[in-house]
Design a protein around this ligand. Structure first.
Ligand code: TXA
Ligand code: MG
Length: 355
């Protein structure tokens, strides 16, 4: 594994672009989460992503492009609604699914006849995409840089945790290199809108909400929610009900229920601690309101969920990783507010709780 840091190495971007041009794997920062990238126009390079992640090869990846014009080389058609969305939200945390050009990026699209495209808004990602274009790399296929079904990485160190035991040091193109870009600003994956079915469908909410998408689309946008999955939706990892899971079992509950559950379990944990020496915490709690009113219990570790949706999204995956790392068996999370700005966070928590 090699870590490249553009803040300290002037040639980091060039080395990263060379790596991709050669067909190698490179984890890159975006404003949403880190992606595990390979050149999208090379099926052998893309196959390395599926192998490294342990992801089924028919699950399509998102292709990252430097601008809307570059997106055109991947498409058979760019539906007007996709054009409106792209014009409004690129560069930014929006992925559009459109009909794929039949001769391009078959592996990146998981063999599907549609393709997911996104133009990220992160200075390092943009510099990298530009350097790739100069090397005739059309786009970077990149799913989130985590192993299949796990929490997406929002910092370079998370990517290192996911892949550091992968392959011998200094090995070939299968080895994951990581491009440093700091903590991801948005923190949850892009909003995905399928524009390939004649009417737009929201496949995954993110920073951009359904209302914001609808305002630009100029027509109603259907949403296949994790609570009620659309049976017609294409199979896609981010839309699998069980996904984005920490190792510990995660449960969502309203704050009153969470408090009641702790009232029941804490005496049990006290009893267990008396009989088992040196036992760590067993339950992690992630709540906005609860902790101010409760005495600490050594069987329970608490992290505060931020009170506003944007900060909660920014912190979510890092906080779940932190709770997971304490070795707890259960993570109890207070249900997010029932407000559209929380749709992305709620969606990720519902999926994590379904595992
Ligand atoms: O913010 C993001 O979207 C991040 C960063 C790295 O850009 N990427 C990301 O990729 O979250 P991934 O693979 O973890 O999620 C991509 C989602 C999956 O649900 C995938 O199935 C869906 O996009 N997707 C991609 N192409 C598709 C297609 N042709 N049809 C339906 N879903 C598609
Ligand atoms: Mg993912």
């Amino acid at each position: 594994m090699r870590l490249l840091d553009p803040a300290h190495e002037p040639d980091a971007i060039a080395l990263a672009a060379d790596r991709l041009a050669q067909g190698g794997l490179l984890a890159l920062p975006t404003e949403t989460v880190y992606g595990l990238g390979a050149r999208a126009d090379d099926d052998a390079a893309v196959a390395r992503i599926f192998a490294a992640k342990g992801r089924p090869a028919d699950h399509p990846l998102i292709v990252h492009v430097p601008n809307a014009e570059a997106a055109l080389s991947f498409v058979a058609a760019f539906p007007p609604v996709a054009r409106r969305l792209v014009d409004a939200f690129w560069p930014g945390p929006l992925t559009v699914i459109v009909p794929r050009h039949p001769r391009v990026a078959r592996a990146a699209a998981g063999g599907h006849d549609t393709i997911g495209l996104r133009c990220p808004d992160h200075p390092v990602a943009r510099a990298l995409l530009q350097a790739c274009a100069e090397r005739d790399v059309l786009g970077i296929a990149a799913p989130s840089a985590n192993r299949f079904g796990r929490i997406s990485p929002t910092r370079a160190v998370h990517v290192v945790e996911e892949f550091q035991d992968q392959g011998p040091a200094g090995a070939g193109l299968d080895e994951v290199w990581v491009l440093e870009g700091g903590a991801c600003e948005v923190g949850i994956e892009s909003t995905i809108v399928d524009c390939s079915r004649g009417h737009p469908v929201l496949l995954r909410p993110g920073r951009l909400t359904l209302a914001e998408i609808e305002a630009v689309a100029g027509e109603p946008v259907a949403w296949s929610r994790p609570e009620a999955p659309d049976p017609a939706a294409p199979k896609a990892s981010g839309t699998l009900v069980s996904h984005y899971a920490p190792r510990a079992r995660l449960r969502l509950m309203p704050d009153a229920q969470l408090a009641a559950a702790l009232d029941v379990i804490e005496p049990e944990l006290t009893a267990a601690h008396i009989t088992t020496a040196a036992m760590g915490p067993r339950i992690g709690v992630y709540s906005r309101s609860l902790w101010a009113h409760r005495p600490q219990h050594k069987g329970v570790v608490h992290l505060s969920m931020p009170g506003d949706a944007a900060t909660a999204a920014h912190d979510l995956f890092a906080d779940l990783r932190e709770l997971d790392a304490t070795g707890v068996e259960l993570i109890w999370v207070e249900t997010p507010p029932d407000d559209a700005t929380w749709d992305g966070v709620r969606d990720r928590l519902l999926r994590a709780a379904a595992s």
